[in-house]
Design a protein around this ligand. Structure first.
Ligand code: BES
Ligand code: MN
Ligand code: ZN
Length: 486
């Protein structure tokens, strides 16, 4: 989608469709007000009305979309309104549309334009890779959007560019997490990383099974040993380690399908477990955006990819696994596999002596019980990092909510016969999982993001989502990382 910013008056410019963003309690332009009965439309958030002005204004169609009260406008409201505009344009099969002034809102123009471009791109997303024989109507895509403004053009253009980069990165993550387990295997994730590296100029290393054995990645090997789709360990690196340039490590859980293993899951909804690599998808998406934005940071993306299957070669309950760190894990439940692969990835991250380690994982059903689909669960060892993530969550709408990580939760994960066990009992399951991970990060500032409740939606909760993968984490991470630059 090509998004351009232009100064001028939208209602006097020819277009098949013009989208007028309106506000509650702010009168419409007289020529538009004349087209409707006032009671029909108030402009509350996401309200929309399609009009055929028949010459009252220059555009052929006029779509009003409400952004609510002017003083209560948020970036997430802007994102949703933009998404609705893109979706209505697609329904109307309009390849190009114009949209009206964004200046004079209580948000900085760059922030606003970024949210706007994100909404347009995210809203236009659809996953149709495996649909054959689609009609022209079904594959129709909006090609051009012209944003009319009365000022701040340069700032708006900068915001649009950032927003498009970020939203395309989120689309990559959505494509990966929507992809089926038979195609999105650990090897396929490795291939995606290699292609991303070539495309965006990133250094990529993919370790295959013999190398994992050679170097002692015992956690990833144990989880992956039941599957014919061999595990991978992926490192993708942007920028150089340099004075004044912090190193940030992003670690993603990449279970390409989670059957539960020998501790097998019930059949119902098991198909959703193709999204158990949502953390890995977010890391890959964020790396693409970081490279395209050219952020002056050293960012290391780490993906622990394996398929969790039951078979005669699968790891079993009772097994004791020696991880990359040398620490041993007693496996009580093979379905608590994410923490086992992350143990290797988190320990590996320490070699970069990072200023921050952030892991993203669809780790526990317990976080869905605690927070539902409306927040990412956050637990960590650095309050400064947690606060940064909290602010990034507010700015992006990918909100995080912190839970405590007291020593008691780490105690829950101690084993009688090994260093750790991989389950800690029924209660507080999201936090005890974090307590387990904490054993592998040393003293480095670290936060864990449990995205099990937010990586997938049965139906959209926001206008810029669609059924399936949300790409959650990409926009959050990019916002966090941009915060290290200023
Ligand atoms: N991948 C699941 C967690 C999950 C559940 C993600 C629902 C997305 C939606 C994870 O590997 C898992 O199975 N966790 C277990 C841990 C338990 C065995 C300690 C869980 O949450 O039940
Ligand atoms: Mn599991
Ligand atoms: Zn899992």
């Amino acid at each position: 989608m090509l998004i351009t910013v232009q100064s001028g008056e939208m209602l006097r410019e020819a277009a098949d469709l013009a989208v007028l963003v309106t506000f509650e309690e702010i009168p419409l332009p007289a020529e538009v007000a004349g087209l409707l009965e006032a009671a029909d439309y108030s402009g509350h958030l996401k309200q929309s009305l399609l009009l055929y002005p028949r010459g009252a204004v220059t555009p052929r169609r006029l779509l009003l979309i409400g952004l609510g009260k002017l003083d209560a406008v948020t970036a997430d409201g802007v994102r949703q309104v933009a998404a609705l505009a893109a979706q209505r344009a697609r329904e109307l099969q309009v390849a190009a549309f114009t949209i009206s002034p964004l200046a004079d809102l209580p948000l900085p123009p760059e922030t606003l334009a970024q949210a706007f471009a994100e909404g347009l791109e995210l809203g236009a997303y659809s996953y149709s890779r495996y649909k054959t024989g689609l009609s022209k109507e079904q594959t129709f895509a909006v090609e051009r959007v012209t944003v009319f403004t009365s000022g701040a053009e340069e700032a708006l253009r900068a915001g649009v560019t950032t927003g498009q980069v970020v939203a395309r990165a989120a689309a990559l993550a959505r494509d990966l997490a929507n992809g089926p387990g038979n195609d999105i295997t650990p090897a396929a994730l490795g291939q995606v990383a290699i292609e991303l590296g070539e495309r965006a100029g990133l250094r990529v290393t993919v370790l295959e099974e013999p190398e994992l054995v050679e170097h002692g990645f015992g956690g990833i090997l144990a989880v992956g040993q039941g599957s014919a789709n061999e595990p991978r360990f992926i490192v993708i690196e942007h920028g150089q380690q340099a004075v004044g340039r912090p190193t940030i490590c992003l670690v993603g859980k990449g279970i390409t399908f989670d059957t539960g293993g020998i501790s097998i899951k019930p059949a119902e909804k098991m198909d959703d477990m193709k999204m158990d690599m949502g953390g890995a998808a977010a890391v890959l998406g964020a790396m693409q955006a970081v490279a395209e934005l050219g952020l002056p940071l050293h960012v290391v993306g780490i993906v622990c990819a394996a398929e969790n299957m039951p078979s005669s070669t699968a790891y079993r309950p009772g097994d004791i696994v020696t991880t990359l760190s040398g620490k041993t894990i007693e496996v009580l439940n093979t379905d608590a596999e994410g923490r086992i692969v992350l143990a290797d990835g988190l320990f590996y991250a320490q070699r970069y002596e990072p200023a921050a380690i952030i892991d993203l994982a669809t780790l526990t059903g317990a976080i869905m019980v605690a927070l539902g689909p409306h927040a990412i669960g956050l637990m960590g060892t650095s309050q400064e990092l947690a606060d940064r993530l909290g602010r990034a969550g507010e700015a992006t709408g990918e909100r995080v909510w912190q839970l405590p990580l007291w020593d008691e939760y780490r105690e829950m994960m101690k084993s009688e016969i090994a260093d750790l066990k991989n389950t800690g009992g029924r209660y507080g399951g999201a936090i005890s999982a974090a307590g387990f991970l904490a054993a592998f990060v040393g003293d480095y500032p670290w936060c864990h993001l449990d995205i099990a409740g937010t990586a997938w939606v049965e139906r959209p909760l926001k206008a810029y989502q669609s059924r399936g993968a949300t790409g959650v984490g990409v926009r959050l991470l990019v916002e966090l990382l941009r915060g290290y630059v200023q």
